[in-house]
Ligand binder design. Structure first.
Ligand SMILES: [Zn+2]
Length: 422
């Protein structure tokens, strides 16, 4: 496959550049990136004139089956939202409902430019089945917690082990994490079990971390230590994906710097649940990796990573007055290569480089009424972050396979899924 005439986003010399170049994909990999590549006989050619070609977006924290909660329970704080609204409904969900809700999210992600998602939920075999059908890239898990009792917790651990043991070892697209829900919903015993599973299977940890103010006190009461002390005690040396990290203070930063962890920043969910906003400018300055996530639609509203990029950039202006803060170039990296690093797959994806697996999206920037917000296009990168949404994504490619072309889904009948929700 050959993608010709596109404006390609390249990470080079510690910078984010836009270059007019062609990209050749052979099997599942990027084979050639040159100014002008002539097509071979019978080769598929995608004309990307007036289009941006960029690395596929990586959503590093989501609960994809939560599409069913879109537009519900506005105005709650995190604890009320979880305990009184979400968890009682989730306790009654069926596997079929989780499968359908996941499929709805998958078409939302593919059609808005997400090529890889890090999911955190249950009925995970159903979620895996949906992801396998879609051929998206993903990291999945079975969430663990024991704040509601020992028996439920043991079932969850067994379900996780069963999920992992039944994995398809040939599958290059789906990987796994061990996911204690949060330090405020897991006992020391369960964190120890999580640690052992992560070390035994050589998997990363994916957990909610210091999302809301109430957690700080609760973690002290349960573990008799601060959140970062608990983290260091169990997960030192294990790659750890920390979702949110809103309430991280300077002392915490010093501990986190010594660990193999990074932050999945979910600004829209944090704003919606009134958690304030993480100082990711400071984390990045301290050398802590920060990537982006949407969270589930119940708190994040949607899975459009372009909206998340915009809010991530703007949110920093709400806490940094007359100070240097992250720019649209930083945010593009957070949504792509930083996400790949956080999930430990940056050797395979996250940037457009020869030899990497081809996870790419093609975004329409044709000067026309539908794109009025980006005219004049003085700065393509700035316009991608501030003035583009996922509906401008024309084509989505994962592992060299086209999942959507010119806004037509190739492997999934999207109408069949949509009609179940209307
Ligand atoms: Zn979450």
């Amino acid at each position: 496959m050959l993608i010709k005439n596109g404006k390609v986003i390249i990470f080079e010399d510690n910078d984010v550049k836009v270059k007019q170049i062609d990209i050749k994909i052979k099997e599942n990999k990027i084979d050639k990136i040159e100014e002008r590549i002539e097509p071979e006989e019978n080769e598929k050619v995608i004309d990307a004139i007036n289009k941006v070609v960029m690395p596929g977006l990586i959503n590093t924290h989501a609960h994809i089956a939560m599409s069913i909660f879109r537009g519900t329970f506005e105005g709650c704080d995190l604890y009320t939202w979880l305990n009184e609204k979400i968890w009682p409904i989730e306790a009654k969900l069926t596997s079929k409902e989780v499968y359908n809700a996941s499929m709805l999210s998958i078409i939302e992600m593919i059609s808005t430019g997400t090529t890889c998602v890090n999911d955190h939920y249950f009925f995970s075999k159903e979620i895996r089945k949906a992801l396998e059908k879609s051929k998206m890239r993903a990291m999945i898990t079975r969430v663990l917690m024991d704040s509601d009792g020992k028996e439920a917790s043991e079932n969850r651990i067994n379900e996780f082990i069963n999920l992992y043991e039944t994995r398809n070892k040939e599958d290059n697209l789906i990987s796994y994490s061990v996911a204690p829900h949060g330090l405020y919903t897991c006992s020391d015993n369960l964190l120890k079990i999580s640690e052992n599973l992560a070390r035994q299977y050589n998997l990363p940890i994916h957990t909610h971390f210091l999302e809301s103010i109430n957690e700080i006190e609760d973690i002290k009461n349960i573990h008799n230590a601060t959140a970062t002390e608990v983290l260091k005690k169990y997960f030192d040396g294990i790659p750890t994906i920390l979702a949110h990290g809103v309430k991280i203070n300077d002392e915490d930063i010093e501990v986190l710097k010594t660990m193999q962890c990074g932050i999945s920043h979910n600004p829209i969910s944090n704003f919606r649940l009134g958690c304030k906003i993480a100082d990711v400018t400071k984390y990045l300055k301290n050398g802590i990796n920060v990537a982006l996530g949407t969270d589930g639609q119940g708190s994040g509203n949607n899975l459009d990573m372009f909206e998340t990029m915009k809010l991530a950039a703007l949110g920093q202006g709400g806490i940094h007055e007359n100070e240097e803060r992250i720019t649209s170039k930083d945010v593009i990296k957070m949504a792509t290569i930083n996400g790949a690093k956080l999930l430990g797959i940056d050797n395979k994806v996250g940037s457009i480089e020869k030899g990497k697996e081809a996870d790419l999206i093609i975004v329409d920037i044709t000067p026309k009424l539908d794109n009025i917000k980006i005219i004049p296009n003085n700065d393509i990168i700035s316009n991608l972050v501030y003035n583009t949404n996922g509906n401008s994504v024309q084509t989505t490619i994962v592992n060299g396979e086209i999942l959507m072309e010119n806004r037509k889904m190739k492997l999934i009948d999207e109408n069949k899924i949509i009609e179940q929700f209307v």
